[in-house]
Design a protein around this ligand. Structure first.
Ligand SMILES: NC(=O)C1=CN([C@@H]2O[C@H](COP(=O)(O)OP(=O)(O)OC[C@H]3O[C@@H](n4cnc5c(N)ncnc54)[C@H](OP(=O)(O)O)[C@@H]3O)[C@@H](O)[C@H]2O)C=CC1
Ligand SMILES: N[C@@H](CC=O)C(=O)O
Length: 419
């Protein structure tokens, strides 16, 4: 087998991540990798690198036979897919950080990897500096992965920390996340949960062999979290985090969602602040394991890109073991969730859709209830995503089976409500 192959790199993108990689490569001479050319979009921008390195002609990189590795770190998912698929077809290995592109094109990318035999690595697209994909592929290569829950978006975690711990308002916190290079070029992707669910969709492939699209995963972002929710969290001695999770159910299927959640202070994820990410994996015999590291930013992200480049020296490829070598799992919607919902107007909440209600606070201007609701009710409707409605999962949200009808009626009666 060929080892320690000489790498000649063509880089697409010289923004937060691309420039970070340029610096990191310069400080890693042992890698024996040469950056031959960088393709960017706007030739007029001032760059901290020699002018002769840059081009705006993608074909200068994609058709250069000496270049054997394409690193794609641009902020345009459509152009990124074109670059990555052409590079693979042109017999080049590829490293990408573009989670939106990967989430939107995974079946095609899987096929291209199989057809071409080339490697496509994208560790930095998941949790930036945390090596989660390689761990899911290599270390948890068995049936024992019971659950995985994680903070996978650095910007929203940063914003929540800055608002609730440092007293910034939402706009100030988001602006800071943008200035520090954590946020996407379109920050709605972060704030409204799209970035997190994009990452979660392909992490499900590496964890459970599930190939899915983001519309099949229940998700929301942090845009509707209200100051009064933070007050409730404080009273419960809990925190609010945007948490992605997947759990193997008793029926053998997997429940997956990305939603704001109350997190107990004893939970590992409560420890994850600012732009950090954290991943808690629960597996048979090992119990819980916690991975922690920076989830956004120039050098932390570049460090994961560098690690992928380095892995190409020994022809490392994802084997997608859970997909190709095991029986892949299926997603299930057949569960119930324990949720908290705050709102201004009770008429915006279909309270009869709850299986039962456990808490009901209607005195304050901002009202809230806690109760149990079918996952499918949330999946099929969007009243809970509307302005002025904030839905937050409880700390232990999943209920697999309920004795539904009797309890529902009885509990609503106890709460002074009727169907
Ligand atoms: N920032 C972070 O913390 C992380 C980002 N990522 C992902 O990495 C990618 C890059 O992010 P980031 O560096 O922050 O983004 P930036 O906005 O900082 O940089 C984007 C770069 O892409 C270039 N670009 C855009 N379109 C093209 C094109 N068609 N051809 C060539 N170059 C192009 C831009 O060129 P020009 O300079 O000329 O404008 C720019 O250099 C994104 O997919 C992002 O989601 C992943 C993990 C963490
Ligand atoms: N915008 C992303 C960047 C890294 O993936 C985030 O905030 O997590």
């Amino acid at each position: 087998m060929e080892t320690h192959k000489q790498l000649v790199i063509g880089l697409f993108g010289f923004g937060v991540v691309g420039e970070g990689l340029y610096k990191v490569l310069a400080q890693t001479p042992s890698l024996n990798a040469r950056l031959k050319k960088v393709c960017i979009k706007n030739p007029g921008k001032k760059r901290e690198a020699p002018a002769e390195l840059f081009t705006t002609d993608k074909n200068e990189l994609l058709n250069d036979e000496e270049i054997n590795v394409i690193v794609e770190v641009i902020d345009d998912a459509v152009a990124a897919f074109d670059i990555v698929s052409t590079a693979l077809k042109n017999n080049k290995d590829v490293v990408s950080a573009s989670k939106k592109m990967i989430a939107e094109n995974l079946p095609a990318l899987l096929e291209l990897q199989q057809q071409t035999g080339k490697s496509l690595l994208y560790e930095s697209a998941a949790c930036a500096s945390i090596p989660v994909i390689r761990n899911l592929e290599e270390y948890y290569d068995n049936d024992l992965l019971h659950s995985i829950k994680a903070i996978v978006n650095g910007s929203t975690n940063f914003i929540l920390t800055k608002i609730f711990e440092d007293g910034l308002d939402f706009k100030q916190a988001l602006t800071l996340a943008q200035q520090l290079g954590f946020a996407e070029s379109n920050p709605t992707l972060d704030v409204e949960g799209y970035d997190a669910v994009n990452k979660w969709s392909f992490l499900l492939t590496h964890a459970y062999g599930i190939v899915t699209t983001t519309d099949k995963i229940l998700f929301n972002g942090i845009q509707n979290i209200h100051a009064s929710d933070a007050q409730v969290a404080k009273e419960k001695k809990q925190e609010i985090k945007l948490v992605a999770q997947a759990k193997k159910l008793n029926n053998g299927k997997v429940a997956a969602f990305v939603l704001p959640q109350f997190v107990k202070q004893t939970d590992h994820l409560a420890f994850v602040k600012n732009e950090y990410n954290g991943v808690v994996i629960e597996s048979g015999f090992a119990d819980k394991q916690f991975f922690y590291g920076k989830g956004a930013g120039s050098l932390p992200t570049a460090s994961a890109v560098l690690s992928d480049i380095s892995a190409l020296r020994y022809q490392y490829k994802y084997e997608y073991k859970k997909l190709y070598h095991h029986q892949p799992h299926e997603l299930s919607t057949d569960i119930y969730l324990r949720v908290y919902v705050s709102f201004n107007d009770i008429n915006s909440i279909p309270k009869d859709k709850f299986e039962w209600i456990e808490e009901w606070h209607s005195q304050e201007e901002r009202k809230y209830l806690s109760g149990v609701i079918a996952f499918s009710e949330l999946k099929n409707n969007d009243w809970w995503k509307q302005d002025n409605v904030s839905l937050i999962l409880s700390a232990e949200p999943i209920i697999e089976e309920i004795e539904t009808r009797n309890l529902k009626k009885k509990s609503l009666e106890l709460a002074g409500l009727s169907l």
